[in-house]
Design a protein around this ligand. Structure first.
Ligand SMILES: Nc1ncnc2c1ncn2[C@@H]1O[C@H](COP(=O)(O)OP(=O)(O)OP(=O)(O)O)[C@@H](O)[C@H]1O
Length: 625
């Protein structure tokens, strides 16, 4: 029989064990406790009446140790063990409560953030939906309605779009260029590039269509939604203070936003995203990239490198609670601008900023020959679904070597045919359309190795296009010596008049003949208007040729101002003029030595630098003066 003390101690142990089990079930849910007991193989022990077995189960569960199968001997030692288990349970409980508290704080914080976010979102929506009292005025609503009805009425199906290539295979005469373009763009790692070539030969159209091809390739990083964003560098306006910068984006500081702007009233600067961000994930096409302001080019290069564009404003306050989150984000981390740059230029690679050139690969588009122009016109005429004479196509190719101009001339002739109730486009209609556009035939086929007296081929430039300028001079002995008359066409411009007078002095120096003893007529064929003294040299050569009756070579063209000393001075548009001479199939072109840095030598035709009238006469006259 156990003595009284032992009974009391056992009762104490039982009470303590019950208390510990109560603590345990506070710590774990019943299910969790059963699972844990199952894993530790003590489920039976929990139900047992034997104190020791219960204590062993308790020990295993609390200390999470399945190997603790023994108990210390002696009741005191057991009481100490239970004290230890109780401490352990208390500390586990404390840990659990601490965790709970932290979790609660986290979920409170989350709820608060969500609430703020929803509030902000609601504000934005209300702002965009709501009309202030000004914009809901009857006058403004009426204007809005008028504008909407105008928009709904659009009838402008662009004819140019209709007849332009819709597939890359329809680009004519640029096989090499298109191959290079496609290979660089449809790769899994597309490259930035610049397309070099004359105007109107399909650079923009090919770039746009090449992106479509790239999008259809599974390995391309361009998604189906990738944008083709197009901008012309010659019309891009920007302000170095970054008040306006449509290319890169700008920050509208509050003082510039106008009194009505909500953000401006709150003194908040607002970043306006630029084309580089609109092109994110796609292509940014910059036409005439060579004309882009050098400072803007440097900024663009930085964006290309960072693939982001950053904003800055002295009005921005990070801590200002009124500043919307999206504005804070834009100031903190900028806007994305990860795109492929395609530039197009009529310049040569040497004339492009070296930093830009080194980051882009080069693609070359060729000038279009007469045959290619005919093919472009035929292709477009078929899309118009209208009859046309072969002569019409032939005629168009006589007027231009630019694809775009050819298409426009075709469309003009088409409109004229409709106007005349004709069911086909004829050669005459093309001529009529060309006349209305003030176009002249291009000088293909003028080249002849035979010399001509008093006829010199000079060079003119119109926009980006250089062309031949035909200068004629005729002289007769004056009826009365010393009273000769000089005549020239008035339409040719004041500068031409000066050029003729300068030429008269040179002629006297070179030939010893006084022009006052002759009637002289100088003519710029076709009433060409010359803005500048650049025809001076050609005029002098024409007069000398006429006076001395020495023929002038007809496959050599010249440009240059002439001084009273007979020096050939620099002129503008040399690059375009050289290209014009090439197109007109000249074999040599004479350029002022002073212009030698304005162009790069190409091997398409012979370019000779000239310093004075003697250099020119040696190369242009068939025999010596
Ligand atoms: N090689 C070509 N093949 C087919 N069509 C062409 C070609 N070149 C030009 N075109 C026609 O002319 C239009 C204008 O061409 P596009 O704008 O692509 O030329 P571009 O070289 O980019 O000219 P620019 O340098 O002046 O911008 C095209 O929409 C197309 O109808």
């Amino acid at each position: 029989m156990p003595d009284q003390d032992t009974i009391v101690q056992e009762e104490q142990l039982e009470t303590k064990i019950a208390a510990l089990f109560a603590l345990l079930s506070d710590l774990y849910s019943t299910d969790d406790l059963l699972v844990k007991a199952g894993k530790l193989n003590v489920l039976d022990a929990l139900d047992s009446n034997k104190i020791n077995q219960k204590l062993i189960a308790l020990q295993k569960i609390v200390l999470d140790n399945p190997t603790l199968d023994k108990l210390p001997s002696g009741n005191n030692a057991k009481l100490e063990l239970m004290q230890h288990l109780e401490d352990e349970l208390v500390s586990q409980q404390a840990e659990k409560m601490a965790k709970k508290r932290v979790e609660k704080r986290i979920s409170d914080k989350l709820a608060e953030k969500e609430h703020q976010y929803l509030k902000q979102l609601r504000k934005e929506i209300i702002k965009s939906e709501s009309k202030d009292e000004f914009s809901s005025s009857p006058q403004v609503l009426k204007k809005e309605l008028e504008l909407e009805s105008l928009e709904a009425n659009s009838l402008n199906v662009s004819a140019l779009n209709l007849v332009s290539p819709q597939k890359i295979e329809e680009i004519v005469g640029q096989q090499e260029g298109v191959k290079a373009l496609l290979s660089k763009l449809q790769s899994p790692y597309p490259q930035h590039l610049i397309i070099y070539g004359p105007p109107g030969v399909g650079k923009t159209t090919a770039a746009r269509l090449a992106l479509e091809v790239a999008k259809s390739k599974g390995s391309s990083p361009f998604s189906k939604k990738a944008n083709f964003v197009e901008v012309d560098a010659t019309t891009l306006r920007w302000d170095p203070r970054e008040i306006t910068n449509p290319l890169l984006g700008s920050v509208h500081d509050p003082i510039y936003q106008g009194a009505k702007g909500k953000l401006s009233q709150a003194g908040i600067p607002e970043p306006k995203l630029g084309l580089v961000t609109e092109a994110h994930g796609g292509v940014l096409f910059i036409d005439e990239i060579g004309e882009l302001d050098p400072e803007l080019q440097n900024k663009l290069l930085k964006v290309l490198e960072d693939k982001r564009v950053q904003f800055d404003s002295s009005y921005f306050e990070q801590s200002d609670k009124k500043v919307p989150d999206y504005i804070k984000k834009l100031f903190a981390s900028g806007a994305p601008a990860d795109f492929i740059l395609i530039g197009a230029t009529t310049r040569t690679p040497q004339e492009i900023n070296p930093a830009l050139r080194s980051r882009t690969s080069s693609v070359f588009f060729e000038p279009l020959t007469k045959d290619k122009i005919k093919k472009i016109v035929q292709q477009a005429a078929l899309k118009l679904d209208f009859n046309f004479e072969d002569k019409a196509v032939e005629k168009i190719s006589d007027y231009t070597s630019e694809g775009r101009t050819a298409i426009n001339l075709l469309l003009d002739a088409y409109n004229l045919a409709l106007y005349h109730d004709d069911n086909r486009i004829t050669g005459e209609q093309v001529e009529e359309a060309a006349k209305l556009r003030r176009m002249t035939l291009i000088n293909r086929g003028q080249v002849t190795s035979e010399g001509k007296i008093g006829r010199v081929l000079g060079l003119g430039v119109n926009g980006f296009l250089g062309s031949l300028l035909e200068v004629e001079a005729v002289v007769f002995p004056a009826a009365t010596e010393g009273q000769g008359k000089i005549k020239f066409n008035q339409t040719a411009g004041d500068m031409t008049q000066d050029s003729v007078f300068n030429a008269a002095t040179i002629v006297r120096k070179k030939t010893g003949k006084d022009l006052q003893n002759y009637d002289l007529h100088v003519n710029l064929v076709g009433g060409a208007k010359v803005d500048g003294p650049s025809a001076g040299t050609a005029i002098a050569v024409a007069i000398i040729s006429a006076l001395e009756e020495i023929p002038v070579k007809q496959d050599v063209a010249v440009t240059g101002e002439i001084s009273l000393q007979g020096d050939i001075k620099a002129v503008g548009g040399v690059r375009e003029k050289i290209y014009g001479a090439y197109q007109a199939e000249m074999s040599e072109v004479l350029i002022p030595q002073e212009n030698k840095t304005d162009f790069s030598i190409d091997d398409r035709l012979k370019i000779t630098m000239v310093e004075n009238i003697d250099d020119v006469l040696t190369r242009m006259l068939i025999t010596k003066v």
